[in-house]
Design a protein around this ligand. Structure first.
Ligand SMILES: *Cc1c(COP(=O)(O)O)cnc(C)c1O
Length: 464
């Protein structure tokens, strides 16, 4: 058949819209999306005809079926649930920490209706949004006062500008961190109007380096956690308590960006012993900042704890308003922090902590159960086995730490690993694993129990 004849067969937009497949969607799909899908489908078919393609579905029902699929994909939410089978606990691209049930319930409770976000129920007067987490944060860290902003990058920027604008902040050359996504200590300082005064060397900085740099323009001593890298070998950094003693002699505050920040010692789970927020506060640091959605396992937030005077300066700074936390995050944060009052509850209910605490043996058993049912069903289509596989913490925290464990390895027989990975990213919900040579590694540590059945189904579907 020649192209002109084929083009004449293409149905009009109106006919496609009136086809049953499309009218069935009309109830739940905005008309603009249906119209757009019909037009785009017809335009794509016209293009295909002109390029000489054959075997195209050109009857109204066939075109409508293609348009309906397109309309459905336009209608689907862009931001959606993804199954994280990478094993990386705090995958920044996959939304970092999944929230605990208590946090989700708090969001639901507080956001379906009005709330006392900034209303003092005792006096009937205006209240403060920080009041909902200050007492909790002080109890958990031993600090005098607390505030919270949008994220830790915002907390660092706000702290610097509120305490040292127009003055110098002294930082070790070993702590000139770039976190990624344009968060670099020298740039943050510049943005905050603070003058960077670097001291020491990349590998060694001594107390005398800080002492020698203090002058009439000094506003602050800053300590930064080298979250995503380590300087190893011949090294020296100054402990917080020593910096505090020096700063006190000179009437200066010390601020510490702890990065991930931990509210409890996680070394029993095989993590290195890291200073907890409480230890930084006990060392006398005036302002400690850390993230809500890294190892804390809560919503995106920047937590700030410290002395009353420093926190008051931070709270009343004009930039605080621009960085303020929203009520949904605040509700989730309060609920997550409350779990930390009881160590066992925190480990049992906060997903990141729960995933982190699963012993290798248990992961191996989980993987064995998962593969047992699949092996026979995937016979001839893929080789599937349980392999040793560590998990990374991710999110720029603890770069050298790996949690030992096990994962499911899938080697497809008839398709490439890339094709399998692509297919799984296109399923609902999408599944993200790790390609390694001719195997797809699915690490169940970060797969929620209720996601296992979906993962199993999707694998069978993808390989058949
Ligand atoms: C992650 C990190 C930040 C940024 O925190 P966000 O909550 O992602 O804004 C800042 N400083 C350090 C040291 C970090 O590790």
């Amino acid at each position: 058949m020649d192209k002109q004849t084929l083009l004449r067969q293409l149905p009009a937009v109106d006919r496609v819209l009136k086809a049953p497949t499309m009218t069935a969607l009309a109830e739940n799909t905005p008309h603009v999306l249906l119209l757009e899908a019909a037009q785009e489908t017809i335009a794509a078919l016209r293009q295909a005809i002109l390029q000489g393609e054959t075997g195209l579905e050109l009857c109204p029902e066939g075109v409508a079926a293609q348009a309906a699929r397109l309309a459905e994909s336009k209608q689907a939410a862009s931001l959606r649930h993804v199954i994280n089978a990478t094993g990386t606990l705090l995958h920044t691209n996959l939304g970092r920490a999944p929230l605990c049930d208590a946090a989700l319930e708090a969001i639901d409770r507080v956001s379906r209706s009005y709330s006392n976000l900034e209303f003092d129920l005792e006096t009937g007067q205006r209240g403060h949004r920080f009041s909902h987490i200050e007492e909790l944060l002080c109890r958990l860290t031993g600090a005098e006062a607390a505030a919270v902003v949008n994220n830790n990058a915002g907390a660092v920027l706000l702290g610097l500008t509120a305490l040292a604008k127009g003055k110098e902040a002294i930082v070790s050359r070993g702590e000139m961190v770039e976190i990624g996504g344009a968060f670099r200590i020298p740039d943050v300082m510049e943005a905050g109007g603070v003058i960077l005064k670097e001291v020491g060397t990349t590998n060694k900085t001594h107390l005398k380096d800080y002492a020698g740099a203090i002058g009439e323009h000094t506003g602050l001593l800053l300590k930064v956690h080298t979250s995503n890298y380590r300087i190893v070998g011949f090294t020296a950094q100054v402990a917080g308590a020593e910096m505090v003693a020096l700063a006190k002699e000179n009437g200066l505050p010390v601020m510490e960006d702890l990065g991930s920040g931990m509210l409890m010692d996680l070394s029993p789970f095989g993590l290195p012993k890291e200073p907890t927020v409480r230890e930084a506060v006990e060392a006398g640091i005036d302002v400690v900042t850390f993230s809500g959605d890294k190892l804390l396992g809560g919503p995106q937030a920047g937590l700030i704890v410290g002395t009353r005077a420093a926190i008051d300066a931070i709270r009343s700074h004009p930039m605080a308003r621009a960085l303020r936390i929203d009520k949904l995050s605040l509700a989730a944060l309060e609920a997550t922090l409350a779990l930390y009052l009881d160590r066992e509850r925190a480990i049992g209910e906060i997903p990141v902590l729960r995933m982190m605490s699963v012993p290798p043996k248990e992961l191996e058993e989980r993987c064995s159960r998962f593969t047992a049912g699949l092996k026979a069903r995937l016979e001839g289509m893929a080789n599937i086995e349980v392999v040793p596989e560590p998990s990374a913490i991710g999110g720029g925290a603890l770069p050298l730490t790996e949690l030992p464990g096990f994962a499911v390895s899938v080697s497809p027989t008839n398709v490439s690993v890339d094709a399998l990975a692509n297919h799984l990213r296109g399923t609902r919900p999408p599944i993200v694993g790790r390609c390694q040579e001719n195997r797809l590694i699915l690490n169940l540590r970060t797969v929620l129990p209720q996601e296992e059945a979906i993962l199993s189904e999707a694998l069978q579907e993808a390989l058949k």
